[in-house]
Design a protein around this ligand. Structure first.
Ligand SMILES: [Zn+2]
Length: 308
């Protein structure tokens, strides 16, 4: 325990990043019909001291596996799908420290709905989705999306490359069975747009500024964030940040992950830079609701309860 504490304290605070004075805010069209819902797939608890370097080990934070259902006459999209129904079988060939952490994490979740069930409860036939987008290709975000039949899975090229390396036996981070299932259905996402908030590149999902995706590399090479600004939520802009931080104290206090949590980051230094950027965004725009993928407190603050 003393060693754990020393290692946790040794983890450095992410340095601020040189930024423009104000975050860039592309305007959404007032005519946008886009709406957003919270779909929840599983709940659990996360030790605060595991989530952040200087957290309290014996304090648990309510955690979630959740996704954003984005609805529009132009097509419905699902962002993040929780874990696969067959996650235990998929985890059988994962070993080492990451394997131990993932096995423990997977055992701790109470599944409340599959993505298909959550979609149907929201009035959406899963087969009609325009596509699905994982914030990154870890099992607890991608697995549930793979259960949705043949719906196209859209994700940045570095994440597709990671899955390709896993299949070739030269990479890790995606469950091997999920990498095999992903590649035939994967469509590369190009960040072909200009700046959003503090990030230089983006992809505007509907072309109206309502849902803008941007790269958040670090946790995985192709992790992404999602800025949602829709007329149906006036003054309640959202930024989903995947697992760049596990709890909101990460961006509120510029707090790095614990060394155990950071061991799951593909590039912890890059992830620290993104934590610093999120902290800067939170200071500049405290009105924006930043959603760490697993911090249920943040989701409940943003939406109240799951559903549409
Ligand atoms: Zn996760």
């Amino acid at each position: 325990m003393v060693l754990l504490f020393a290692l946790a304290c040794a983890h450095r605070i992410p340095e601020p990043v040189a930024q423009a004075a104000a975050p860039v805010d592309p305007e959404g069209s007032p005519a946008s019909d886009v709406t957003v819902c919270w779909l929840e797939y599983a709940t659990g608890t996360l030790p605060h001291g595991l989530a952040v370097a200087h957290g309290v080990l014996r304090t648990d934070v309510p955690s979630t596996q959740s996704g954003l259902l984005i609805r529009s006459a132009s097509g419905d999209w699902l962002i993040d799908g929780g874990q696969a129904v067959a996650v235990r079988e998929e985890l059988a060939d994962v070993h080492g420290l990451p394997g131990l952490l993932i096995h423990r994490a997977a055992a701790g979740w109470t599944v409340t709905a599959t993505p298909a069930d959550a979609l149907r409860a929201a009035g959406v036939d899963p087969s009609t989705l325009a596509g699905v987008i994982p914030t990154h290709a870890h099992f607890d975000h991608l697995g549930g999306l793979l259960d949705l039949g043949t719906v196209p899975i859209v994700l940045p090229q570095p994440e597709i490359d990671l899955a390709t390396a896993v299949v070739a036996g030269t990479g890790r981070g995606v469950l091997p069975k999920e990498a095999v299932a992903l590649l035939p259905r994967a469509h590369p996402l190009a960040f072909d747009g200009g700046p959003v908030l503090y990030w230089d590149r983006s992809h505007d999902l509907y072309g109206d500024g309502s849902v803008v995706l941007f790269p958040l590399p670090g946790h995985t090479p192709g992790s992404l964030g999602v800025r949602v600004k829709v007329p149906s939520r006036p003054g309640a802009e959202l930024v989903l940040v995947g697992d760049t931080v596990w709890v909101r104290e990460g961006y509120e206090d510029r707090e790095p992950k614990s060394w155990i949590a950071a061991s799951l980051d593909a590039d912890a230094a890059a992830n620290d830079r993104e934590i610093a950027r999120l902290w800067q965004l939170h200071r500049a725009r405290p009105d924006i609701q930043i959603l760490p993928a697993h911090d249920r407190r943040a989701w409940a603050d943003a939406f109240g309860k799951p559903g549409c």
